[in-house]
Ligand binder design. Structure first.
Ligand SMILES: *Cc1c(COP(=O)(O)O)cnc(C)c1O
Length: 427
């Protein structure tokens, strides 16, 4: 469910709207390309997820900041009571900048530096997800220096196949993430010996865009076993962090992934009876359908074998199609009249790479230079993955709420781009 739909626009045509904002109008105001996020969609997704666990008091939904770290998005979710899952000091600073209370923040990632650990300890975050023994030792030393206690959960790698794209599977034995399941008991024993560490939780995150509940069930069943054996050995485990990973619909012609309610039911069945506080780290599920990328057609180019629709957004703005072979629905912003002929076309950008495309062999209503398109479901792992490759300016981000919009990250100018660099003093 999202709040992007065709409605009668200012032009009296049916135009795609973000909530009540006419996207053709918005494109005239901010220029193309741009990302547009819907507050109502963010709110709906957060609430659907959080409400599914309303019966388990103390549940903490830590939105995964890496999916979309726009301050407007974080502030919108923070106001609703969301916690945050961060993977760097930069993300932690973003969460703090929008006044998310530190006790609602968890810190993940295989490569936290000592400086990042110290910063997080000083702010008083809820917990660290620890991914290796050397990281545990470093955290203990940093905490001791600061005379603080680091609450931790080991991220346990259950070696389950999340049945997702290989670049976003994280819970297999050959992925860099987490500690091996079999080594967990000895690591908890080590954590008990080390100064300034409170090992109070167990964490798992097996991958992203998971569209089948079976891998979650397998992983959570293992987690439950581990919690039982740790408790039997006298470890005081008070919370489990079940990570994120719930998939979202990218295509309307394919079956919908499991709902948060189905997921919640599974969680209750596997770990509900243990009297544990539940933490989650959903990212894509909250932000994915809440954002789109709006672009303008520059040229329709008849190649020797194909028709290319060249638009002003490119792989540097939205990496997902080429990085993950991801499918994004593309809609013309002005709804085509019924009976408009369709063509099969590659939708590509101006970047000088064969991998620069937003869609391949896509059937679309005939488009013309100047037409606007919306690349749907671009709210997660979209703008955050953007770069200035080909010295293209980062595209603006716009947040909509009802009939209002705000350009939360303006388009930089070329002067801004050049001003970020220095020439060496010998030239
Ligand atoms: C990326 C990530 C998430 C979020 O995953 P989604 O598939 O976006 O829900 C959660 N936890 C950790 C540790 C992550 O790295």
């Amino acid at each position: 469910m999202h709040h992007f739909a065709y409605r009668r626009g200012v032009s009296h045509k049916n135009v795609l709207h973000a909530e009540e904002v006419d996207l053709a109008d918005l494109a005239s105001a901010v220029g193309t390309p741009f990302y547009c996020y819907s507050s109502a969609t963010l709110e709906r997704h957060y609430r659907v997820f959080a409400d599914a666990f309303a019966g388990t008091p103390g549940t903490l939904v830590c939105y995964s900041v890496k999916a979309n770290s726009s301050l407007g998005v974080l502030a919108t979710l923070g106001q609703l009571g969301a916690g945050m899952d961060v993977v760097s000091e930069g993300e932690l600073r973003r969460a703090l900048a929008v006044k998310v209370p530190p006790e609602r923040i968890v810190f993940s990632g295989v490569g936290k530096t000592r400086a990042e650990m110290a910063f997080a300890l000083n702010t008083g975050i809820f917990a660290f997800n620890v991914e290796s023994e050397p990281e545990l030792r470093a955290l203990s030393e940093v905490a001791a220096e600061l005379k603080r206690t680091a609450r931790i959960a080991f991220r346990v790698n259950p070696d389950v196949d999340a049945k997702t794209h290989h670049k976003i599977a994280t819970g297999k034995a050959d992925n860099k993430f987490g500690v091996p399941f079999a080594e967990a008991p000895s690591l908890y024993a080590l954590a008990r010996e080390l100064p300034c560490i409170e090992a109070a939780g167990v964490h798992m995150h097996i991958g992203s865009q998971i569209t089948d509940l079976a891998p979650f069930r397998n992983a959570f069943a293992l987690l439950k076993e581990l919690v039982a054996s740790l408790r039997a050995e006298g470890f005081a485990i008070s919370f489990v962090n079940l990570g994120g990973g719930l998939g979202i619909p990218y295509r309307s012609d394919q079956p919908a992934p499991p709902s948060p309610a189905d997921y919640a039911k599974l969680v209750q069945e596997e770990v509900g009876g243990l009297g544990l506080r539940l933490l989650f780290e959903p990212g894509r599920m909250i932000a994915g359908n809440a954002g789109i990328l709006v672009a303008r057609v520059l040229y329709v180019k008849q190649g020797a074998a194909k028709i290319f629709t060249i638009v002003d957004a490119a792989m540097n703005d939205l990496m997902r199609p080429t990085l993950y072979e991801a499918y994004h629905e593309i809609l013309p912003v002005v709804e085509p009249a019924s009976g408009t002929p369709t063509i099969v076309t590659d939708v590509a950008g101006p970047v000088c790479e064969t991998g620069d495309y937003l869609a391949l062999a896509r059937e679309l209503p005939e488009l013309h230079a100047g037409d606007l398109i919306a690349v749907m479901t671009a709210g997660a792992y979209g703008a955050v993955l953007a770069s200035e490759y080909n010295s293209r300016l980062l595209v603006p981000e716009v947040l909509v709420a009802g009939n209002r919009y705000s350009v939360t990250r303006p388009r930089p100018g070329y002067d801004d781009m050049l001003a970020k660099e220095r020439l060496p003093n010998w030239i």
